[in-house]
Design a protein. Sequence first.
Length: 306
Amino acid sequence: MVHSDRLRQIADGGLPYPVIWHIYPTNACNSKCSHCIMKTERAKGGQLSARQLVLAINEANHHGATTMHFSGGGEPTLNPYLSYAAGDAHASGLAVALSTNGILPAPAVDYLRVSIDAGCRETYRKVRGVDCFDRVVANIKKARPRKDLGLAMLITDTPDVDWATELRWLHNIAKEVRADFIHIRPAWYDRQSTIPWPCELCAGDLEAPPVYYRRDKFDRSWKTCCATPLNVVVTANGEFALCQDRPDLTFGRLEDGFGKAWSSKAHLDLLSRHFPDEGCPRCVMGPYHEIIEQVYIRDEMRLALV
């Protein structure tokens, strides 16, 4: 299992340095999504300077990271230094990922994720609040990631949208642009959504590229998350944050050094908090927690073979 040494350390109560650094180059955005989960961050403003981006790359390498993921926050391609930072990160030996809305051309990266959120221009305009669907598709066609290309679609409560049809249309686009997969996830934060799930409506109906999805990211039976030490977020304001879904939980500044912040009382206090009880809005780290808990803490994989 990849990074099993760090997973074992976490299970044993240790605090290894993170594998993935999520960098938020800017809080500015060129979309107007009604379902945006980063409205608070956008209101704060903020953008990492060229010096801060270089510092983040150096700190990530010094502390054993393997991957640097540029996301947001806002729309990362709006930071004028992103292309240079992506190139420097790759040259330093880090795998480089980018999550973008695709309105602007993407720099060269290893893993490219484009959130298109629709299968046609009309629905895109409803969901995204801007009329850029054709431009996004054109930019995806031009993109040449070194490893793989994924298209993402959020399932929202936008009126008069047939998400099963949207998925079929998006799947056709994915084949046209030679995407490696489609990723579908819920945009809503409530746990009782009545929106029909497109993968159930289209079961067995779609060929390659594959469609990956996790319908419910909210069912968490644990009290303290084991997975957050696998990653760290550098916000557009230069602060370290605990998790992609909780950029409000910060524990130090980039300029003050990562090692000091990672072992600080502020960080340790955050790790001990009971986040599900506080109402985490969603959970992208949940599946990682399940692996640590089931394989390393409860040893369910071995027991299943007995």
